[in-house]
Design a binder for this molecule. Structure first.
Ligand SMILES: Nc1ncnc2c1ncn2[C@@H]1O[C@H](COP(=O)(O)OP(=O)(O)OP(=O)(O)O)[C@@H](O)[C@H]1O
Length: 232
């Protein structure tokens, strides 16, 4: 689904990512790991078009993506992005937040499916409440649901467990597992909560100072080796 080769990224003159190659397959969770500041969020920004890459190639389903492709172009191509910090619109209701996802759908497809409310029943109950009145965990669920409204083929999740209480972390883990097992999208998960990532990941890519330092699969890497590689 997603294929990236030798991606570089700069903020002004400062280079953040160096020759990063990554692929993500439908029906799999690809975990992007590494300590603070190694460039995980920057890589998701490049994939979602939020910040242009400086070089390298990227394709979705074999279709080449221009270096400066905009977020709305990528959203229309099937990239759903759940950013770090969630970016829920605080003054809009839950329903209105969800409906922002309509922008990349044809008119006939503009609806919030029952499946989304089944995954996140709390959003059904709170659909007329303002986004800013929800708890952190509820906002995280809303941000994931809003991305799902766009019917993504590639779902990017940036630290979905950050600052969230344990029972909601478990629910979010169950949702990621369900989406993976449906086999209709590729999932790229940035996560610093090691056990959460380790339990969910099929493929692991570790970044250190903007470079890929490890790439392996759940069935071939030991927990200890993965843990050591992200602790450097
Ligand atoms: N808009 C920006 N302008 C300049 N530098 C930035 C900008 N955003 C991030 N950086 C720098 O780029 C580097 C990578 O940051 P990034 O947020 O991608 O890392 P990360 O691995 O996601 O970290 P974290 O886990 O803390 O979110 C850091 O040194 C950060 O300070």
């Amino acid at each position: 689904m997603l294929n990236i080769e030798n991606l570089t990224l700069h903020y002004g003159h400062s280079q953040i990512l160096y020759d990063v190659s990554l692929s993500a397959e439908v029906g799999k969770v690809t975990c992007l790991m590494g300590t603070n500041g190694v460039g995980k969020t920057s890589l998701l920004k490049a994939i979602s078009g939020t910040h242009p890459r400086s070089g390298g190639e990227m394709s979705l389903d074999g279709q080449s993506v221009a270096r400066t492709a905009k977020p709305y172009t990528l959203a229309k191509m099937g990239v759903g992005y759940v950013p770090q910090g969630r970016d829920v619109f605080p003054l809009m209701t839950v329903r209105e937040n969800l409906e922002t996802g309509y922008a990349c759908l044809d008119t006939a497809e503009r609806m919030v499916s029952d499946e989304i409310f089944e995954l996140f029943p709390v959003l059904q109950d709170m659909r007329n409440r303002r986004g800013g009145d929800l708890s952190g965990g509820q906002q995280q669920q809303l941000a994931i649901a809003r991305a799902l409204v766009t019917k993504p083929k590639l779902l990017l999740l940036d630290e979905p467990t950050e600052g969230i209480q344990p029972n909601i972390i478990k629910q979010i883990g169950d949702v990621i597992r369900y989406l993976r097992d449906q086999g209709e999208m590729a999932i790229v998960l940035v996560e610093q909560f090691f056990d959460f990532a380790h339990e969910l990941g099929d493929d692991f890519v570790v970044l250190n100072r903007g470079r890929v330092t490890l790439r392996d699969k759940a069935e071939t890497i030991s927990r200890d080796k993965l843990l050591a590689s992200v602790s450097i």
